[in-house]
Ligand binder design. Structure first.
Ligand SMILES: [Zn+2]
Length: 274
């Protein structure tokens, strides 16, 4: 009798609350390092907005309005191919912008980010700016970070340096309402403290750069995945966007050998649910 009541109650709850029935997170890869997440409760997070001039972004998404509402933007570092559309998307959406502290200071002072909407933080920190069900952990990355003045919304003054240092480069682990967690590596080389990211946050999915030249290559990424990160699944990102970063998911597959980690070889514009 009790079990019958429980089954009926569960059915009523699922029927009256479609969010519970579809308790999944949507991961939409938009090319390069730009990722669009829709949480279980419909909150939208965009990491590293680079769309309008991104040769890998499907034409539909080069119109920033096509993204619909955005609640939160996460920035891994200041290089152009990660923030070219930050100013416009932040203004258009009114989203909160989480970024490394030094980067946030520069971007607020240069008028790229509204100070009221900016959360500057640092590696090791956790914030929940769009509700307690979603945690954003800022984690280390082994890379540089500069703000380039040759960018929309900024002015390159004659004789001034073209770029300024913008604090550390970082990655993120996002924990969603349904327990699913994802690691976005940002741009990085392999570093052994990736094992601590595994130890602390146990990401289910890793979205890692494999391009070589500026970041780890497929062999480096495979080493990191097998020895340090150990996720259930991996989506390779940040490759093939420009001629100089020409490594491929097929090479990652080769380097992973018989590892049980599943490689999800997505196309830009494709989404998956977790
Ligand atoms: Zn970079």
């Amino acid at each position: 009798m009790l079990s019958r009541i429980l089954i009926v109650t569960a059915a009523v709850v699922l029927w009256t609350n479609p969010m519970l029935a579809a308790a999944e997170v949507e991961v939409l890869w938009l090319g390069h390092a730009t990722v669009h997440f829709t949480s279980v409760e419909g909150k939208v997070i965009v990491v590293d907005p680079f769309l309008k001039k991104n040769p890998k972004t499907p034409p539909k998404y080069r119109d920033l309005k096509a993204l619909g509402k955005v609640d939160l933007i996460l920035v891994t570092h200041g290089h152009r191919d990660h923030i070219l559309d930050l100013k416009e998307l932040a203004e258009l959406s009114g989203a909160t912008v989480v970024s490394p502290y030094g980067f946030a200071l520069n971007m607020v002072s240069l008028g790229v980010i509204d100070g009221e909407k900016s959360i500057g933080m640092n590696k090791g920190g956790t914030v929940s700016p769009i509700g307690r069900g979603i945690k954003v952990h800022m984690v280390p990355a082994e890379h540089g970070s500069n703000v380039d003045f040759k960018m929309p919304g900024l002015k390159l003054e004659p004789g001034a340096p073209r770029a300024v240092d913008a604090g550390p480069a970082v990655g993120y682990v996002i924990e969603f309402e349904n327990g699913f967690s994802v690691y976005h590596s940002g741009d990085t080389a392999v570093f052994s403290d990736m094992a601590l990211i595994r130890e602390f946050y146990k990401p289910d999915l890793a979205m890692v750069c494999i391009s070589g030249h500026f970041t780890m290559d497929p062999e480096g990424a495979a080493y990191a995945l097998k020895n340090f990160l150990k996720p259930k699944q991996v989506i390779p990102i940040h490759y093939g966007t420009f001629p100089v970063i020409n490594r491929t998911p097929a090479e990652l597959k080769q380097a992973m050998g018989n590892s049980p980690i599943e490689i999800l070889d997505m196309e830009p514009g494709q989404s998956m649910r977790f």
